[in-house]
Design a binder for this molecule. Structure first.
Ligand SMILES: [Zn+2]
Length: 216
């Protein structure tokens, strides 16, 4: 296996599927968000710079993300990328860089979810104001037992400040403008596999496994 890339709109379960793949095939799950937070946590020179950028509310540049990512993956053979690439520039630079290390992209999964479902899932997220447990009323299995009350500590559930329709529309537009064009790129490279994101998460995972194990 080489690297695996997952492209999906917000709330299509990218993080969940990455974790499932990582657990089953024993390959690292690499989230660029986690890598950036790790740099900050370790207080590296780059971490201090990243922290300033994030605090100012700006986006971390493609160069910084690529830099942090390459450091992490240069000694790995197989891994799953979560949250990367987000745009054509990152995708092209990534291919150029891994080529230098004689690595390849193995497969790219597109978890296809209609905009309305993506929005519904984002706007149905709740978290416990006390213990932080996360719920989602869009799914039976992640609903709290009592409406708006935490199953674990009985505290009140609240919406996250950034889970508003306005923030969703903005994020979704960035996804359409910047991330979705990657589908054409990977389709031309014959790396793309589309999975129906409206299925439940275990069914999505089974589809991914059958592609990875060569049944499709
Ligand atoms: Zn709680």
């Amino acid at each position: 296996m080489g690297s695996i890339i997952i492209i999906a709109p917000p709330a299509a379960g990218k993080g969940t599927q990455s974790k499932y793949i990582s657990d089953k095939y024993k390959i690292p799950h690499i989230s660029t968000g986690d890598l950036l937070r790790d740099e900050i946590h370790r207080g590296t020179e780059l971490g201090i710079k990243i922290s300033k950028i994030m605090k100012s509310g700006s986006l971390v540049s493609d160069e910084i993300i690529l830099n942090v990512l390459i450091n992490k993956i240069k000694n790995l053979d197989s891994y799953i990328l979560d949250g990367f690439p987000r745009n054509i520039y990152q995708a092209r630079e990534y291919e150029r860089l891994i080529h230098e290390f004689h690595k390849t992209i193995d497969k790219v999964f597109y978890i296809d979810l209609p905009k309305e479902k993506s929005k519904e899932r984002i706007l149905s997220r709740l978290s416990c104001s006390k213990c932080g447990k996360v719920y989602n009323t869009a799914f039976e299995e992640t609903k709290p037992k009592k409406a708006n009350i935490c199953d674990d500590c009985e505290s009140k559930l609240t919406e996250r400040d950034d889970d508003t329709e306005e923030v969703f529309e903005h994020r979704y537009q960035i996804y359409i403008n910047e991330t979705k064009p990657l589908l054409d790129l990977y389709n031309k490279e014959k790396l793309l596999y589309t999975i129906n994101g409206s299925l439940d998460k275990m069914s999505i995972f089974r589809e991914i496994c059958s592609v990875l194990e060569g049944d499709k």
